[in-house]
Design a protein. Structure first.
Length: 360
């Protein structure tokens, strides 16, 4: 009799568990309004959207695209979007002025790997006929940048000052990355701080000089062109959605890393050809310049982690450029919250390695 009752109880538990699983699987996805820069070829987003890693985490993303960092940050502060991918320097600037924001993860990195290969998000490129061989040759020239509060503008201003050059002597023009390509080709600007694939495009049409890579512009060993940011109160009230979003990011990064390591990037090349609409030569160049870097940063830091030294460096840039109007830069502890990323690691069964020095 006891065995019969025990068996019946076990059956009820199994049925209840199955019902709970089915209910979970069919539950309505949670909506997250996400801001991004669709014109920027950020592999993590294009891949995640294509292979539906965010949907797999029970999320429905409502996408809003922006052409500059300032309106994107304003949208987060005004609660028009929940989270966004924004450049770290303007985000740190906003937090320094009191914006109630927290940075919760990186997106992709620029760095030098163990084999000595340099992986650069952007390059400072000049038309060869403009006669620009060094920073001093930029005086009086037209230089395109992605916003006058962008990482690259601030960093390049620092490099100019180090070389004894007043940044105001350079004619900086703000424009989206895709527009820079045509502007350089048609001699509307003399130089541009542009994406590595954009620089490749231009080099196929007109002779260029590549003057500086990412780390030469910023002097930051592990740099980030974008970070994930949200309002601190929204993140507290929607911890589950934030963690799920980062689980989608981590799953996407793992997919890319595995494809690069074990499949020579065949799946990724198919995805970028489809989503970014690259021709075969450009697609191969994009893979070699950016996509193939995935995972090669793992000896330095945990995936998507936020190096404190990077934010310290950006804080100093903001101060040097007078962007904080005498205010101190927010510290990494004030700007960054990795608790959501660590919880995403735990829920995915991933190990967080506290010994990685760059993450400290």
């Amino acid at each position: 009799m006891f065995r019969i009752k025990l068996a019946a109880f076990a059956l009820l538990c199994a049925l209840a568990g199955g019902a709970a699983h089915a209910q979970s699987a069919t539950a309505s996805p949670k909506t997250v309004r996400f801001g991004w820069q669709a014109a920027t070829p950020t592999t993590t987003f294009w891949t995640g959207f294509e292979i539906k890693t965010f949907e797999d985490q029970g999320l429905k993303l409502e996408l809003s695209s922006f052409n500059d960092n300032a309106p994107e940050l304003e949208a987060v502060v005004a609660k028009q979007v929940d989270m966004a991918a924004v450049a770290p320097a303007p985000t740190l600037q906003a937090i320094s002025f009191g914006a109630p924001l927290k940075i919760i993860s990186a997106v992709e990195y620029s760095f030098t790997d163990q084999a000595g290969t340099h992986w650069s998000a952007v390059n400072l490129v000049a038309r060869k006929e403009a006669g620009i061989q060094s920073l001093k040759d930029l005086v009086g020239k037209r230089v395109a940048v992605f916003g006058l509060s962008s990482n690259w503008y601030l960093a390049l201003s620092d490099r100019l000052q180090e070389a004894g050059i007043d940044p105001k002597s350079v004619r900086f023009l703000s424009m989206p990355y895709p527009q820079m390509e045509g502007a350089l080709v048609h001699n509307e600007v003399d130089a541009a701080v542009m994406t590595s694939i954009g620089a490749y495009h231009v080099s196929q049409r007109v002779p260029v000089n590549v003057l500086m890579a990412s780390d030469q512009i910023t002097k930051i060993p592990v740099d980030m062109s974008q970070v994930i940011v949200g309002r601190a109160d929204w993140l507290r009230d929607h911890e589950d959605e934030a963690v799920r979003f980062l689980m989608g990011m981590l799953t996407t990064r793992k997919f890319i890393e595995d494809d690069v390591a074990h499949n020579d990037g065949a799946k990724m090349k198919a995805i970028t050809a489809k989503t970014l609409k690259y021709d075969p030569d450009t697609n191969e160049a994009f893979y070699k310049l950016r996509v193939a870097s995935a995972g090669k940063e793992s000896y330095l830091l945990n995936s998507l982690d936020l190096p404190k030294q990077t934010f310290t460096a950006y804080g100093q840039m903001l101060v040097n450029a007078g962007q904080l109007r005498g205010k101190p830069a927010a510290t990494p502890e004030q700007a960054v919250d990795t608790s959501y990323l660590r919880k995403a690691y735990a829920r995915l069964g991933m190990k967080w390695d506290d010994s990685k020095e760059v993450s400290q």
